[in-house]
Design a protein around this ligand. Structure first.
Ligand code: RTP
Ligand code: MG
Length: 142
C-alpha cells in the first residue's frame, strides 16, 4: 500500500445540485482525507489548460464550456492508494456505465455533465494538484 495524493474536482453540475457535502462524506468514509480545498469559478484559459491533454478531442470545446458554466470545488485528497480508490468512488466516465453506488451513478446526468473529476495516475495527480494549489496550501495529514 502506498500513501498517495490525488486531485478531485466537484464539477459545476454537482455544485449546482448542492451535493458537495454528500460527496465529501463518501471520501471520508473511504479513508480519503482532504488536505487542500477551494471553490473557484474557472476562467476559460484555466479550464483549457487543465484539460490540455484533451485539446484535440472532439468533445474538448463542450468540456471547457461545461467546466466554466459555474463554480467548481477543487480538493487534494490523501490516503492509501488514493488515486485508484478515488476513481473507484467516482465510477465510470459515462454515468450510464457507472456501477451502482458510485458518485457518477448517483449524481451525474450525462457523460458531459458527470459530476466529478479525478486524477488518473500518481504522476498526473502531482501535476494537477500543483496546477491549482501552491506547496504551502497542501497540508500533510498522514
Ligand atoms: P475526468 O478526467 O473528468 O476525471 O474524467 P475521466 O478521466 O473519467 O474521462 P477523460 O477521458 O479524462 O475525459 C475527460 C472528460 O471529458 C468528457 N468526455 N466526453 N463525449 C465523450 O466521448 C467524452 N469523453 C470524455 C467527460 O466529461 C470526461 O469526464
Ligand atoms: Mg481524465
Amino acid at each position: 500500500m502506498a500513501l498517495e495524493r490525488t486531485l478531485s474536482i466537484i464539477k459545476p453540475d454537482a455544485v449546482a445540485k448542492n451535493v458537495i457535502g454528500q460527496i465529501y462524506a463518501r471520501f471520508e468514509a473511504a479513508g480519503l482525507k482532504i488536505v487542500a480545498a477551494k471553490m473557484k469559478q474557472l476562467s476559460r484559459a484555466e479550464a483549457e489548460g487543465f484539460y490540455a491533454v484533451h485539446s484535440a478531442r472532439p468533445f474538448f470545446k463542450a468540456l471547457v464550456e461545461f467546466m466554466i458554466s459555474g463554480p467548481v470545488m477543487i480538493q487534494a485528497l490523501e490516503g492509501e492508494n488514493a488515486v485508484l480508490k478515488h476513481r473507484d468512488l467516482m465510477g465510470a466516465t459515462n454515468p450510464k456505465e457507472a456501477a451502482a453506488g458510485t458518485i457518477r451513478a448517483d449524481f451525474a446526468d450525462s457523460i458531459d455533465a458527470n459530476a466529478v473529476h479525478g486524477s488518473d495516475a500518481v504522476d498526473t495527480a502531482k501535476n494537477e494538484i500543483a496546477y491549482f494549489f501552491s506547496a504551502i496550501e497542501v497540508n500533510s495529514r498522514a
